[in-house]
Design a protein around this ligand. Sequence first.
Ligand code: ARG
Ligand code: ZN
Length: 880
Amino acid sequence: MSSSVVYRSDYKAPDYRIESVNLVFDLDPQTSTVFNTMKVSPLGAQPIELVLDADGLELVSIYENGVQLPQKRYSLTDKSLTVHGIDKPVTLTIVNKFHPLANTLLSGIYISNGNFMSQCESQGFRRITYFPDHPDILTHFHVEIRADKEKYPVLLSNGNLVRRDELENGRHLAVWDDPSLKPCYLFALVAGNFVKREEKIKLANGKDCLLQVWVEPQNKDRTAHTLESIKKAIRWDEQRWGLEYDLERFMLVATDDFNFGAMENKGLNIFNTRYVLASPQIATDLDYFNIESVVGHEYFHNWTGDRVTLRDWFQLTLKEGLTVFRDQEFSRDMLGKAAAIKRIMDVRFLRSRQFPEDAGPMAHPVRPESYREINNFYTTTVYEKGAEIYRMLQTLLGREKFKEGLRLYLERNDGRAATCEDFINAMAQASERDLGQFFRWYGQAGTPRVTVKSFWDPEAHTYTLVASQSTPETPGQTDKKPFLIPLAVGLLDPSGKDIPLQLEDETEPAGTTRVLELRDAENEWTFVNIDAKPIPSLLRDFSAPVILNYPYCRSELAFLARHDSDPFNRWDAMNRLMLEALNDMVDAIETGARPSVDQDLLAAFEQMLTDERLAPAFRAISLTLPDEQLIGERRTLIDPEAIRSAREELRSVIGRRYSSVLLKIAENYQTPGEYSPDAESAGKRALKNLAFSYLLAGGNPKALLALRSQFEQANNLTDQLSALTSIVNSASPAKLDMLVDAARKWNGVPVLINKWLTVQASAIAQPGEVPVLSRVRELMASGAFNIANPNSVYALILAFCNNAPEFHRPDGSGYRFWLEMIQKLCKVNAFIAARIARVMDNWRRYTPERARQMHDALKLADSLPNLPTGVREVLDKALG
Ligand code: ARG
Ligand code: ZN
């Protein structure tokens, strides 16, 4: 069972080089043929064993320097082709076949809507041809693609187009040469019927660059925003970091069938259509925003990922964490005045997705020590917690030193496969700091708890903060050492103003936010000249990915929500207030009492709702209740029904109590005229639609009428979808007609149909309505759903599994459904199956009867025959 575990400590540097690889593809959907010619040079004096990876390939023939290789010189297994005794530079030519149409794993080369697409990260290249499929084997790729000209007029690969030509039998060819060195996971190939939007731009270095966005013909008019986003990303990387693009062209292709969001293949990014297509009718404000950020992410990989790549997959965060940090900064800079919203969104995501992962059976360090299926480690820990590591460094070293360190890292490792140590060493050198302790962030899993206590001395006019840290055990790690934690703090005086901060060993105050460094189990700092008891604003801008405990009383939280100059903490104070109030309500419901709503919270809510000085976007995000997942996180045992009741009760109380203010907001924040996704208009729509959703939760009939007409008349998807969602989640019978209507309008556009599925799978069922699962099963049987399409599975099945009270119905129906889905998906796409498997991770956290049934379902799944490794890894870990 443990036979297939890969350990970081097992890394061995290769004893050969691949000087170049020349690939000729003869494409056919049933069976394609590759002619793969590699120049191989042993590095030492010893003859080498060249192990080429393989997965599902058919070997046709193999030659060395043009001569057929005798049987005794190689061994062939399912997973590899080993060539023995290479003792001098040779040219190997391998001919093999693979089967694109049968490739439902969507890894390697597969067919999407009749077109050829590739996805190689992490280990898809071995499904195309025999090759050392490791990120530290860098080489030059030269690619010739041959295919039917009518069906596949567009033939693309990495690098520069060097030749196009006609062939016999209606076929044609294109030759691409990539001048850069790259590992095979960055290889890409696309062949099919696509149209492009293109533009030639000048890079900062004066060179021309051709930008192209390729989509299927029906999507022609939905690519303007993507092209604009590429340009913004290019400019931002030039301006913020001085990093320039290095090829004659940058291409981006969109496909409906894709396991992930997008992929940074050198010069030829491949994207899931959901992160490309935008028009007012098919994308929401949030989609526009996410497209810009994912386009940025993949583009930024050109430096952090492509030019400097990874030594092995354990270093994944070296490109992913760093690139997420870069895309977060990009999105933030693009937001201008509304920048704080981005940080809030990112932290909200980290807390509701990464914190539970770090507290559950799949907890792993940002740089893991072992895996069975690397695909399972493209996690929120590696990505989002990883990004926090880079952000903390920027906070600790300052923006200038951090930038110097990044540039030094890139210079030193350009064209190389690097490690996390390489990065930290460059940072240490640039900043002249010892980052040894900081490096623990890569190796220790678990979310640190930081507990702060404060002491004001009215006689001495001093204020002391004492902070202590501890990190809970995680699988395989019992003994945690202290982290270096940047703790950004401010102090508010009784009028709510920031106090200039002076530490006791300083001669004058310096600023109103200070980054304290918590290094030991406990540290303390004393501020002087504090004349009145302040209220501390701790962990400003969420300066470290920790859980902060400070004994705030509710009036202090309300005070911070009203006055803190740090917008993140202002939001956070409101959020804590809501969480505490909701927690009390869940307590009441669980003991059979009537929940009552906290008056401090309501006062703070109203205060913020009516504070016209605050940007609408900020008010909208601050006045949204914490999601059910987050409420569940702080419960000893999770009862999803009680959590939903509490949250819905609070929503309806707010909707009734503040109906006149909310109605006014719903009216005042209309965005008439032509649709624009800019931050200001989006903020207005968000606040308006939030107001409507509260009103509907309170059963307001005026709001219902207004939303029905908004659904019919809005000129944009944000307003339409929001109206539909609010009504589906209300008691109004209008929802049925509206869903039918939406299906008719959205028919034929997959991104829209998927949203339609999600609205229904995530529905809040009203008393007397059928369980959501019944509807989900109907939808699964309809033409709207396709189990072979990852977006479809996420939109319907995963969305249902995340609809906690429905998925966790006490009758166990959700768990039986889960088991069925695992069985089905294992046969179609093991990667997606493993993702769905993870929804049971935290089964121990649920009420006993639920936990027992979840455990049973996990056991049953684990006993299924022929489970893919990745699914087994998830199940085994969950079962502990
Ligand atoms: N590198 C891609 C990104 O930009 C994701 C690839 C995901 N691959 C995988 N095997 N999970 O984030
Ligand atoms: Zn990435």
